[in-house]
Design a protein around this ligand. Structure first.
Ligand code: PHE
Length: 459
């Protein structure tokens, strides 16, 4: 492992003095944490449902292209800005955002806060499903069961328990909490995913399932605006962009980091896990003839359809189902950690609070904000749509404009020292990066935003 030396704030001109900032213990630790933030509920159920709804291979290809052309450039921008400023997202924009973008940090902070509030509710259901699958098996009527699980006092209890678990990790700090948890949990997650892919690959419906949803189909609609919009939205949510998570994690990095390479690793791992989740989910669905139930709703696909499949598999289903829900739970936990860290680090910077105080007060506020979502499914849906379709997009447009146009010497900052020879010499690539942030990203995102607003007015 390569220890990252701590170093003084490189740009303290307009900044008030800071206490020594925590750093990652190793590159691997940072990478696992960042991949943990990216890989979450979005990769597993949201991806499968989207691929099913939009008819397969064409959507998957489009999602890959969107990740590469829109997601990765913004990710690199976020990493650069976070490492450069070495501050939480609000205070980074406040001190380095210049005249036009000083306010921008509040948007990702609000987004992270709201996403975490309802994300904990879904993670709470996942926790319950994992425990049920392990100890009792699922009851006969999965749809009715889902209604019981998803709202009410028990949902609140589970939401708060999950949040407490998240807070416990964040309280431990960057190295002893987040890094340690990620280094243990992420390899575990990869192993479980590979195990599940191998197992479901030999189910009778596997070939058909792959073919129908991942390797063929959907080319007729390839250029429809809706499919493109959804592919881009999926790429964004899945990589976990524009919510300050990547920014905050990068703010604990030292100066000698190959950020472009980190970007490639994080984005590929995120796409890889999404694709593998498809390899797991579709064979199950085809083997148990549940195709018609998949396209209905994103939540239904996971929490109603899959328990039905697992129940149909007898004892093996109990084991496979338990592993499946554990994968979801681990993915959700590592993502939630990154979201709570955004809130915590911002509170630490803004009010000079200790980590302990910031994590407790921030966590309590998030828990309170999530209670309405745990009591009412429509509230949850609403929070998801507002944050996923509006807040996230505004933050992403702001970030790409800021880094593309306004941040002084963005390329120099991004490639600072750590870039390998290949990247140093690849000036063309750096310019291509900035070009993507200047034109295609903001324009594409504006179209997305317009279409989202349209959907809000005409649901
Ligand atoms: N990327 C996470 C997922 O796929 C969700 C997330 C969104 C995490 C935004 C952080 C920020 O589930």
């Amino acid at each position: 492992m390569h220890p990252i030396p701590s170093h003084p704030n490189p740009s303290s001109d307009s900044a008030k003095p800071q206490a020594a900032r925590e750093t990652w213990g190793s590159k691997t630790g940072f990478l696992f944490a960042a991949i943990g933030s990216a890989v979450g509920l979005g990769n597993m159920w949201r991806f499968s449902y989207m691929a099913a709804e939009h008819g397969g291979a064409a959507f998957v290809g489009l999602y890959l292209v969107m990740t590469a052309l829109l997601g990765a450039p913004i990710l690199l921008g976020e990493l650069s800005f976070g490492r450069h400023t070495r501050r939480g997202v609000v205070s980074a924009f406040r001190t380095h955002g210049g005249r036009y973008f000083r306010w921008l940090g509040w948007v990702p902070l609000a987004g992270a806060f709201l996403i975490l509030a309802y994300y904990c509710v879904i993670a709470g259901w996942t926790l319950r499903y994992a425990l049920e699958c392990m100890f009792t098996g699922f009851p006969a009527d999965p749809a009715k069961h889902f209604t019981e699980v998803s709202t009410g006092p028990v949902a609140v209890l589970l939401q708060l328990s999950f949040l407490l678990l998240t807070a416990f990790v964040v309280l431990g700090g960057v190295q002893r909490g987040i890094e340690r948890a990620s280094v243990i949990l992420m390899p575990l997650l990869f192993l479980m995913v590979i195990g599940l892919v191998l197992y479901t690959g030999q189910l009778p419906g596997a070939k058909e399932g792959y073919k129908a949803y991942l390797f063929s189909g959907g080319f007729d609609d390839l250029f429809s605006l809706k499919v493109m919009v959804h592919a881009a939205g999926q790429a964004f949510f899945s990589v976990g962009l524009a919510m300050g998570c990547m920014h905050t994690f990068a703010s604990y990095l030292g100066p000698n980091e190959p950020l472009a390479r980190h970007t490639a690793v994080i984005a590929s791992a995120d796409f890889g896990v999404a694709f593998f989740s498809g390899l797991i989910v579709f064979p199950l669905i085809f083997t148990f003839g549940l195709q018609s139930a998949v396209g209905e709703s994103s939540i239904g696909a996971l929490f109603i359809t899959l328990p039905e499949a697992f129940s149909g598999m007898g004892v093996a289903g109990r084991a496979v189902g338990t592993v499946f829900f554990l994968v979801l739970l681990v993915g959700a936990l590592t993502s939630a950690i990154s979201l709570l860290e955004v809130v915590t680090s911002s509170a630490m910077d803004l009010f000079s609070w200790s980590r302990k105080k910031a994590a407790w007060i921030g966590g309590a506020a998030v828990g309170l904000a999530g209670v309405p979502a745990a009591l009412n499914l429509q509230t949850l849906d609403w929070m998801d749509r507002v944050t996923g379709n509006l807040v996230l997009l505004v933050a992403a447009i702001g970030t790409s404009l800021f880094i593309g146009w306004s941040m002084p010497d963005a390329i120099g900052v991004a490639r600072q020292q750590g870039a390998s020879k290949r990247w140093q010499s690849g000036d063309m690539l750096w310019r291509a990066w900035r070009f993507l942030l200047r034109f295609p990203a903001p324009i594409g995102l504006l179209i997305l935003l317009a279409s989202s607003l349209w959907e809000f007015v005409h649901p």
